[in-house]
Design a protein around this ligand. Structure first.
Ligand code: SF4
Ligand code: SF4
Length: 293
């Protein structure tokens, strides 16, 4: 099973557009996974139809049985997170604020509080023009995004095994935090989409260091390389000096913004960017052929 994770180190480099276009080029031989669970948007880059959904639970939260509560407010006094409040004379627990420490349950003399699993979001299986997609939504303020990323990847692997697909294309989260680590661990390749800017170079360097730490092979492609050719040359020099392959350069192309507006991957609209993406796709396939020889 090949797993390509598209990451960037920062948001706004065109990572999702590239992922969606690669998925189209895979010609329905891949399962797609959107691991950007904090701001999932692959389903906006191309039209999808949700076929199945399930609840994502993680951690614990306090649950109050009001019929047992004696309103002594001991729980409220000791909750360090202000999750227990009094509304109209009644004790209430604010789910988003509860950290699940269980202290209130231990202290409650009336045994009115129990702990239950916290609902943190939803997981979806959808169909798209490029094939099946697994994506997710994390509830506002909910934590455990790394755990949800893991769930998305597990579901994508299960679906790939069930449908006989040998490839998973993942749109990874931005940054270098826990969700990114969860996205890249055990991946066959991290494809870094960077842009020809100062922060593009800086964030690419950070995410390369992260991939190297976790021993994940990396390759780079430069999006909108021609908006700053000098910076592009600097990026290419850095990756060459660090023995990292550059799979291609995507030029600025107005067809990309037009395709985003239409919710269609840009590779479907012939032009310079689409051609560059096709060349990157060839490089990706060559990478795996060489690796698996
Ligand atoms: S400690 Fe128990 S009985 Fe007292 S207010 Fe809290 S839930 Fe109610
Ligand atoms: S479990 Fe902890 S954080 Fe949650 S309401 Fe009880 S004391 Fe507060």
């Amino acid at each position: 099973m090949r797993e390509i994770v598209v990451i960037s180190g920062k948001g706004g480099t065109g990572k999702t557009s590239v992922s969606a276009s690669l998925a189209i080029l895979a010609n329905r031989t891949a399962v797609l996974a959107d691991c950007d669970v904090d701001a999932s948007n692959m389903h906006l880059a191309m039209k999808v139809e949700i076929e199945d959904r399930s609840i994502f639970k993680a951690g614990l939260e306090a649950c109050l049985d009001s019929s047992l509560c004696k309103s002594c407010a001991i729980c409220r006094t000791h909750c360090a997170f202000d999750a227990i409040q009094i509304e109209n004379g009644n004790i209430t627990i604010k789910s988003p604020l509860c950290e699940g420490c269980a202290l209130c349950m231990e202290l409650c003399p009336a045994k009115a509080i129990t702990m239950k699993e916290k609902i943190c979001g939803e997981l979806y299986q959808s169909s798209s023009a490029a094939g099946y997609m697994i994506h997710a939504r994390l509830n506002p303020g909910a934590e455990n995004s790394g755990k949800l990323v893991r769930q998305v990847r597990l579901k994508a692997r299960e679906l790939a095994a069930k449908t006989g697909k040998q490839l998973i294309i993942t749109d990874g989260p931005p940054g270098t935090g826990c969700p990114v680590i969860s996205s890249i661990s055990d991946a066959s390749l991290a494809l870094i989409v960077t842009e020809a800017t100062v922060s593009g170079l800086h964030d690419m360097q950070r995410v390369i260091a992260l991939c190297r730490h976790f021993k994940v092979p990396v390759a780079v492609c430069i999006n909108k390389w021609d908006i700053n050719k000098e910076k592009s040359a600097e990026i290419e020099l850095f990756i060459k000096e660090n023995d990292i392959p550059c799979f291609g350069r995507i030029p600025y192309d107005r067809k990309i913004s037009e395709s985003i507006f239409r919710r269609e991957p840009f590779v479907l609209h012939s032009g310079a960017a689409a051609q560059a993406l096709c060349d990157i796709w060839k490089e990706l396939n060559l990478f795996f052929i060489r690796k698996e020889q």
